[in-house]
Design a protein around this ligand. Structure first.
Ligand SMILES: NC(=O)c1ccc[n+]([C@@H]2O[C@H](COP(=O)([O-])OP(=O)(O)OC[C@H]3O[C@@H](n4cnc5c(N)ncnc54)[C@H](OP(=O)(O)O)[C@@H]3O)[C@@H](O)[C@H]2O)c1
Length: 196
């Protein structure tokens, strides 16, 4: 079966790739029994069948620093440890012209035309593929409509700064809405498929 390519977009209402504070940001599921629900939904629930995670250089370096297993602290929330274990397990692909090597386990560096890189990864053996950021890489993915589906996780904040997802483009990308849900503190979880 072909490997599915999914792009994840974590953003504020004004399309900035940041994780700001807002009421409930640190207790995402309100009074529910499972305080990790929102983050699990954002980061780990959908990842069982994923074996490759692709990131732009900036995000790759940021993730290595923040989410390496060696960076974990005893009082980290469970979703964080789960996400770190997931990242440790999968193959990580860093896109970069500048970076020549990395000491993050199970990682490789690729460069070149993004459509060709995605096509090459799809031809390789493995589970599904996630394009995990950052905004620059993902806006290129959207502009070229390279993913099979897209998860938008929108936080209820107009932030006004931070890395942008949206730039002027010459053509539009139209997506098919598969589901739209909202979380207790106003976060939207929007799932779209590409029209093929
Ligand atoms: N909200 C989110 O989803 C999210 C996720 C991750 C990160 N972030 C934040 O966003 C920021 C980083 O994101 P960003 O958008 O600035 O950068 P990014 O997308 O993570 O990285 C951009 C870099 O990726 C490399 N690249 C992209 N396409 C390539 C290709 N086809 N071939 C070779 N290299 C390629 C280039 O690196 P070279 O210059 O080496 O060629 C480019 O400068 C950080 O502040 C981070 O905290 C947000």
């Amino acid at each position: 079966m072909a490997r599915k390519v999914t792009a994840n977009l974590y953003m504020t209402i004004d399309g900035r790739g940041e994780f700001p504070k807002y009421p409930g940001w640190d207790k995402p599921s309100g009074d529910r029994d499972d305080p990790d629900e929102f983050f699990r939904r954002m980061w780990t629930d959908r990842f069982d069948d994923v074996s490759t995670v692709v990131m732009g250089r900036r995000s790759f370096l940021g993730h290595h620093k923040t989410f390496a297993l060696t960076a974990r602290k005893p009082n980290d929330p469970k979703f964080m440890s789960d996400y770190c274990r997931f990242l440790d397990r999968v193959e990580k692909v860093c896109l970069s012209h500048r970076l020549k090597k990395t000491d993050w386990n199970n990682s490789r560096i690729l460069k070149g035309d993004l459509s060709q890189i995605v096509a090459k990864l799809k031809r390789e053996k493995g589970g599904n593929i996630i394009l995990e950021g950052g905004p620059r890489l993902i806006s290129e993915v959207l502009r070229r409509n390279l993913a099979d589906d897209y998860w938008f996780l929108v936080m209820p904040v107009v932030y006004g700064r931070g890395p942008r997802y949206w730039f002027p483009t010459k053509s539009q990308t139209t997506l098919k809405l598969l589901s739209a849900t909202h979380m207790p503190y106003g976060e939207l979880v929007l799932h779209y498929a590409a029209y093929r």
